[in-house]
Write a protein that binds this ligand. Structure first.
Ligand code: 13P
Length: 279
C-alpha cells in the first residue's frame, strides 16, 4: 500500500459510510504505534501533526518520518498538516510531501477565511494535495494559549464556504472541543444534520478525545468522514510510560520506547474499530 492523498480516503469512507481516523503524532513511537494498529486492522488512517505542536516536534524531522512510515506501510496512509496557521507552514508541509493540508482560518471573518483558503487551494493543487478548512469555532485550543468559546457552524455559511473555496473537507463546530472535556460534551446533532443536508463536502469532527462511541457513530451516520484524535493518544502514551517506570529504580530506554508505542497502538486501535463500525 502507499502514501495517498487524503481525498482518496475520504471518498472511500463516504462509499462505506464510515469515518477515517486522523491520529496526531509527535515522535517515532507515536508513528509506529498508530501504523501498527492500522496494519493489524487492515484499515487506512491519516497521520497528522498540528502547527502548534511543531515547537516540540519539528516539521523537518517529523514530516520525512511520517511520509516514510506511510510509504512503507501495508495500508494506505495520508499525511496531513493539522491546523495550519501560517501560509509558510502550509507551503513547507507541501514541499516535504504532505498529501493533505488544513488551513485554520476559523477565527477570521468569513470572507477573509474564504480568501485565505482559496490561496491554499491553489498552492495544494500544484502538489495534488487535499485541503481541509474549518468554519465556526471548535472549543478548547489545539496547543497552549487561550481557550476558544464554541461557536457552532452556520449551515448556510458552510454551503457558501464550500462552494466558494472548493475545499475537500470541512471541519465543523457542533459543540466539540480540543483536549479533555470537563463534562460529557453535548454535541449538536441537529446542526450537523442541517449542514449535512446542504453540503456535499466530507465533514470533519475535531476534538475526538472524550466523545463516546455512540456519539462518534451517530456523527458518522450524519456525514462525518474524518475524526481527529490527539489528546487520547498523548495521554495513553504517557500512562503506559508511567506504568512501565513505576517501581523501577532504573528504566531501560528500549522497554520504555516499546511501552510508549504500545500506549498509542491501543488507543488508535480502539478508535479505528469505532469509526469503522467493527465489533
Ligand atoms: P483531541 O485532542 O480532543 O483529541 O482533538 C484532536 C484534534 O481535533 C486535533 O485537531
Amino acid at each position: 500500500m502507499a502514501l495517498v492523498p487524503m481525498k482518496a480516503l475520504l471518498e472511500s469512507a463516504e462509499k462505506n459510510n464510515i469515518a477515517v481516523g486522523a491520529f496526531s503524532v509527535g515522535n517515532m513511537e507515536m508513528v509506529m504505534g498508530a501504523v501498527a494498529a492500522a496494519e493489524e486492522l487492515n484499515t487506512p488512517i491519516i497521520l497528522q501533526i498540528a502547527e502548534v505542536r511543531l515547537k516540540n516536534s519539528p516539521l523537518e524531522l517529523m514530516g520525512p518520518m511520517m511520509i516514510s512510515a506511510a510509504k512503507r506501510s501495508k495500508v494506505d496512509i495520508a499525511v496531513h498538516l493539522d491546523h495550519g496557521l501560517k501560509i509558510e507552514t502550509v507551503q513547507k508541509a507541501l514541499d516535504l510531501g504532505f498529501t493533505s493540508v488544513m488551513f485554520d482560518g476559523s477565527l477570521l471573518p468569513l470572507e477573509e477565511n474564504i480568501q485565505a483558503v482559496k490561496q491554499v487551494r491553489k498552492m495544494a493543487d500544484r502538489f495534488g494535495a487535499t485541503v481541509e478548512a474549518e468554519l465556526g469555532v471548535v472549543g478548547g485550543n489545539e496547543g497552549e494559549g487561550k481557550s476558544h468559546e464554541i461557536l457552532c457552524t452556520n449551515p448556510d455559511d458552510a454551503k457558501l464556504f464550500c462552494d466558494e473555496t472548493g475545499v475537500d473537507a470541512l471541519a465543523v463546530a457542533i459543540g466539540n472541543a480540543h483536549g479533555n472535556y470537563p463534562v460529557l460534551p453535548q454535541l449538536r446533532f441537529d446542526v450537523l444534520d442541517d449542514i449535512n443536508k446542504i453540503v456535499d463536502t466530507p465533514l470533519v469532527l475535531h476534538g475526538g478525545t472524550g466523545i463516546t462511541d455512540e456519539m462518534f457513530r451517530q456523527a458518522v451516520m450524519l456525514g462525518i468522514r474524518k475524526i481527529n484524535i490527539a489528546t487520547a493518544s498523548f495521554d495513553s502514551l504517557a500512562r503506559h510510560a508511567l506504568e512501565y517506570c513505576k517501581n523501577l529504580e532504573k528504566a531501560n530506554y528500549f522497554e520504555l520506547s516499546r511501552a510508549m508505542a504500545e500506549g498509542v497502538y491501543e488507543n488508535v486501535k480502539r478508535h479505528i474499530k469505532v469509526f469503522s463500525f467493527m465489533d
